[in-house]
Ligand binder design. Structure first.
Ligand SMILES: Cc1cc2nc3c(=O)[nH]c(=O)nc-3n(C[C@H](O)[C@H](O)[C@H](O)COP(=O)(O)O)c2cc1C
Ligand code: SF4
Ligand code: SF4
Length: 454
């Protein structure tokens, strides 16, 4: 069969390019929804394995020794700042939640106002989110009284207590014992907050020091019987030594990533860096859709180098993002920014669409997807240099003659495209197969034909 890289613009569920020759039974799904296979170039997507489709896949997910109703958890942040919020989220269908980081009694925090900044697309859509927020405002006593209540109402949900302390191991141990006694299912050690706390030698300052990570993880894991998760910071040159240090200290799982240190913007009228706190600012933590590529990179690196379950965090807002993290080696995912922007209700679509996808793939549960992309990550040098793609039009009607691909190829490519009387002409002798035109086309009119370099 002819090999095309294709993109279905009809189904949101079928967004990713796949090789058409992999598609065996997808036609049924695409034609059902009105997508047409024009001249065999607009091919249906997502291959369905030969084996019988799983009629009713389960979302139950294995997370080390824990079992989740589904792979979706709230991460530590504003959506888990109170017991009421966590209960509402559990009621809406989240499988688990990590409490907003609990600090020892002696650690005083005072939040700034404002404390958020954003990067938005032209249409107002959120791309990136910065925060300079600190830890839970609630005292330890609030959480030790609320954890049992949440667990009583939602015994089937996984409730994880995020904790932070100074480099004093005893402080971590004491806090860990308190939340374990209250009934938390697991502990997540926050050694990864990139703002405010590192100035005091905690948060990411600990997570950037493998020896300290090992020592504090050992202190916590020797103090409690429940699983200990270490949440890592992306603000390091190499995350692998830190992940290995957590494993050496006795961690049961790794979660990643916390936010990426950033400066989201500067007001060009006032010259104030953002978020402006009375004209001044500081570096904050970046999250939301823009950080998913960084999160996926770190999660795949961790999953490839330590023998522990990994929880993927960073830019998850749809079920497809979770699938990507699981394919990159995660057991489950956590979500913060998307819930802050769109509410806990996003879980409904995640929970309803993921089973459809699993059924299409013939998978019985999210566990079956774990790490399936890991073996496909290779060094740059070992990739096939003979492989090449050539652009082709899905159909003449799909092209609106906007000219974006022509300009992109002229000024950022190889001058291989032109418009003649409104028709796109592709000069394959000039084309270098870079794929830029495919990415800039706003209508999805361009497909990439696969072949070999001659
Ligand atoms: C406003 C805000 C507050 C956060 N507070 C915490 C926190 O207290 N403890 C923690 O471990 N992570 C905290 N995070 C980080 C998130 O848990 C998560 O790791 C990060 O935002 C990336 O995921 P996302 O893209 O889904 O938001 C916070 C994030 C945001 C946006
Ligand atoms: S693949 Fe690259 S070189 Fe080829 S037409 Fe597109 S932009 Fe131009
Ligand atoms: S960018 Fe897409 S729609 Fe615009 S001219 Fe190129 S192929 Fe046609």
């Amino acid at each position: 069969m002819t090999a095309y890289k294709i993109r279905c613009r009809i189904h949101t569920i079928f967004r990713h390019p796949v090789k058409a020759q992999d598609c065996r039974n997808g036609e049924r799904f695409c034609t059902d929804q009105g997508a047409t296979d024009q001249k065999n170039q607009y091919l249906p997507v997502y291959h369905v394995p030969d084996k019988t489709m799983t009629a009713d896949p389960s979302l139950v997910t294995t997370l080390g020794s824990l079992q989740l109703e589904n792979p979706f958890m709230l991460s530590s942040g504003p959506p888990t700042a109170s017991a009421g919020q966590i209960k509402r989220a559990f009621g809406a269908g989240w499988g688990g939640a990590v409490i907003k980081t609990i600090r020892p009694e002696g650690m005083v925090i005072e939040d700034l106002s404002p404390r958020f900044a954003t990067l938005k697309g032209d249409d107002g859509e959120l791309l990136g989110f910065e925060n300079i927020e600190l830890l839970s405002k609630k005292p330890v006593s609030y959480w030790t009284s609320q954890i049992p209540e949440i667990k009583e109402e939602y015994p089937g949900k996984v409730l994880i207590a995020s904790i932070m302390g100074t480099p004093d191991p005893e402080e971590w141990s004491a806090l860990a014992r308190q939340v374990e006694a209250a009934g938390a299912d697991a502990i997540e050690m926050n050694v990864s907050c990139p703002h405010g706390m590192p100035e005091q030698g905690v948060g990411a300052a600990i997570g950037q020091n493998p020896a300290l990570v090992r020592e504090l993880t050992r202190a916590v894991s020797e103090s409690v019987d429940i699983p200990v998760i270490v949440k890592l910071t992306p603000n390091v040159t190499d995350i692998v030594p830190v992940a290995r240090a957590a494993q050496a200290g006795g961690a049961d799982m790794i979660s990643a990533i916390n936010t990426i240190q950033c400066l989201t913007g500067i007001d060009i009228s006032s010259f104030d860096p953002l978020p402006s706190v009375g004209g001044f600012s500081t570096y904050g933590g970046y999250s939301g859709p823009a950080v998913k590529p960084v999160g996926l990179r770190f999660v795949s690196q961790i999953a490839s180098s330590v023998d522990l379950p990994v929880i993927g965090i960073g830019g998850v807002s749809r079920w497809e993002d979770a699938v990507e993290y699981i394919l990159a080696g995660a057991s489950a995912v956590q979500v913060c920014t998307a819930v802050m922007w769109h509410g806990t209700g996003i879980i409904r679509e995640m929970n309803s669409k993921l089973p459809e996808y699993l059924a299409l793939k013939g998978m019985s549960s999210p566990d079956a997807l774990r790490g399936l992309a890991l073996g496909k990550l290779k060094s740059h040098q070992s990739l096939d240099r003979k492989h090449r793609v050539t652009p082709a039009l899905v159909s003449p009607e799909a092209c609106t003659s906007c000219g974006r691909c022509v300009i992109a190829c002229r000024d950022g490519g190889y001058h291989a495209l032109s418009l003649h009387k409104g028709t796109l002409v592709i000069d394959t002798s000039r084309c270098d197969g870079c794929s830029l035109c495919y990415h800039v086309c706003p209508t999805g009119a361009i497909v990439l034909k696969e072949g070999e370099r001659h």
